[in-house]
Design a protein around this ligand. Structure first.
Ligand code: HEM
Length: 544
């Protein structure tokens, strides 16, 4: 037991301080917060130690072959997962192996840290591992049991996923690529104008946010915002951020301690307020579409229109529609924006990578037009940069957990019914065996992907799980259905940023790439860079 949690050195506990000091490289692993917490916490530990032993016994009866760290009574391993949980899970993966278990409150988790186990469970045995736990905050409170991302593996999920696919399948994405194309250029133009052609420093985060927001608004409601000052930009980004900050796979004890769910805790109240705001904002936009249709006003094809048309046939009520639209607005905005933001935060530190990408762009695309979707296959280095950003900066290190819907024995180990199964992508994306070339898996090096022309949506279907590019979009039957739209959007924005700008660090404003915002999805903390147009003709091509 004691070896799980060696005594700490001094740790500065803050909103963003890890339980594991200095461990972003995955090497040091000394937990500390709990043990530096003063006498109350020690009394709590001592009083509950006996119960802990009893709990260990009862746990070993139900799940005796999956090893894992011990946990405190009631809390389980929760205190060790409040900050940078991916680092703690990685430490335990090295200690307990690629499939281990832990407990938070009354919930057992299985942690998967290996591609072949991920495939065996989520893909090959997808009939068992495609359920979701109805998390108290996310599923029950914010989404009110709806929303395709959080629903259990049942007929309601099938119905919502079917409707979502109408707007996310390849054919649909092809049909609205002109929107993605337009918004990517619009973002580059806004960055160019607002940074006064490179003269002013700029934080590209809101621009990336508005770009993916406009894409999702168009797909979902058939409308867009015309500037970052439009009130919908602020509100939609606030809603997404609030979602990322109140829901996380392992971040809220209230999800796992039923007693806490009865109390009016701040988190419960925030979850309820978020539900109301989502229904008011996105349900309100659906009502607008409904009113227009009733008045015989032409409405562009969009998810809202599809849902209204299918309402009777699919037995959708107003909350179903509002929450399915919210799932698009949450699942599709911060996520893609986050990759654009990590790219913008990271790439200024790699001028040689930019230079090589820009040489490739000059050679293949030239300087008289912007790169397009069709150019991607001829720009392997730019394509590789994106995959490498995604490997290094997956916005969801813990994915969206699945649940075992029945007892399952895997290589002699029992995964009991109801176990929450987490894809530990930090460990998988930093696996020394897979990413040893050239040496350090933590290093940003697009050459790792130079011979991989696949799109992630194709790579996810490769039979060899070790050949898959990365695990950012999850796995199995619940894999992200928005992969194709996300990839296209990310390609257009990043390829065009590389084409238009030299992205430069500002020496007096260093960028912290280790820190991040968000419990369930991660984006970089605010930063500024200089975006210097690469050549005189940029303005002309952008038609400014
Ligand atoms: C970089 C961008 C994105 C990332 C990293 C991402 C990641 C994920 C992940 C990890 C999951 C859970 C997969 C699993 O359970 O194994 C997921 C599910 C989902 N994503 Fe995405 N996503 C992205 C973009 C999008 C976009 C653009 C949409 C468009 C609406 C979208 C819609 C969804 C939906 C509806 C689900 C729920 C699927 C289900 O439970 O059946 N995502 N996404």
């Amino acid at each position: 037991m004691a070896s799980d949690y060696a005594l700490p050195g001094s740790v500065n506990v803050s909103r963003h301080t890890s339980f594991w000091e200095n461990n972003h490289d995955g090497t040091n692993s000394i937990p500390s917060q709990l043990l530096s917490g003063g006498s109350e916490i020690w009394i709590f530990i001592i009083v509950t130690l006996t119960a802990s032993v009893l709990l260990c016994f009862s746990r070993s009866k139900t799940n005796d072959t999956l090893k894992g760290p011990w946990g405190f009574p009631i809390l389980g391993s929760f205190p060790f997962l409040t900050h940078y949980p991916e680092m703690t899970l990685d430490y335990w993966a090295r200690k307990y192996g690629p499939l281990y278990s832990l407990r938070l409150g009354n919930q057992i988790f299985a942690i998967v840290s290996d591609p072949s186990i991920a495939k065996d469970l989520f893909v090959t045995n997808g009939a068992v591992f495609s359920d979701r736990k109805e998390m108290f905050v996310k599923s029950q409170t914010v989404f009110a049991g709806r929303g395709v991302t959080a629903t259990p593996y049942n007929d309601r999920w099938r119905k919502h996923r079917r409707i979502a696919n109408i707007w996310l399948c390849q054919k649909a994405v092809d049909s609205y690529t002109k929107t993605l194309d337009f918004e990517a250029t619009d973002m580059i133009k806004a960055l160019y104008m607002d940074s006064k052609g490179g003269a002013c420093h700029i934080n590209p985060q809101t621009y990336a946010g508005r770009c993916s927001l406009n894409n999702m608004l168009t797909i979902t409601f058939g409308f867009r915002t015309d500037s970052i000052h439009h009130p919908m930009v602020k509100e939609a980004l606030r809603l997404s951020r609030e979602f990322m900050n109140t829901t996380g796979p392992m971040s809220n004890l209230i999800d796992f301690v039923p007693l806490l769910q009865k109390l009016p805790t701040p988190l419960k109240l925030r979850g309820q307020a978020l539900h109301r705001d989502l229904v008011a904002t996105y349900g309100g936009l659906i009502k607008d579409v409904q009113r227009k249709l009733l008045a015989g006003v032409a409405v562009d094809d969009c998810l809202a229109k599809t849902m209204i048309e299918l309402k009777e046939e699919e037995e959708l009520d107003d909350v179903d529609m509002a929450i399915l639209a919210s799932a698009f607005m949450i699942g599709g905005v911060e996520t893609t924006a986050s990759i654009m933001q990590w790219f913008s935060a990271l790439i200024p530190a790699y001028p040689e990578v930019q230079k090589r990408a820009q040489e490739e762009l000059d050679r293949v695309v030239g300087r008289h037009r912007l790169p397009t979707v069709e150019d991607e296959e001829n720009l392997p280095y730019c394509h590789a940069i994106i995959k490498e950003v995604e490997r290094c900066h997956n916005p969801f290190w813990l994915g969206t957990p699945h649940v075992a819907s029945e007892d399952f024995v895997y290589e002699g180990k029992l995964i009991s019914k109801g176990t929450v199964v987490v894809l530990n992508t930090w460990t998988m994306h930093h696996d020394k065996k897979r990413w040893s070339n050239p040496d350090n898996p933590s290093e940003f090096n697009p050459d790792r992907y130079i011979d991989d022309p696949t799109l992630s949506s194709t790579s996810a279907n490769l039979s060899d799980p070790f050949a898959r590019d990365h695990w950012m979009f999850g796995a199995g039957r619940r894999i992200c259905p928005g992969m194709m739209v996300a990839e296209r959007e990310i390609w257009l924005t990043i390829a065009r940023m590389l084409w238009a700008f030299e992205m430069i660090q500002i020496p007096e404003k260093p960028i912290d790439l280790k820190e991040y915002d968000g419990l369930s999805g991660r984006s970089p903390v605010p930063f500024e860079i200089q975006l210097k147009p690469r050549f005189e003709g940029v303005e002309k091509v952008l038609q400014l």
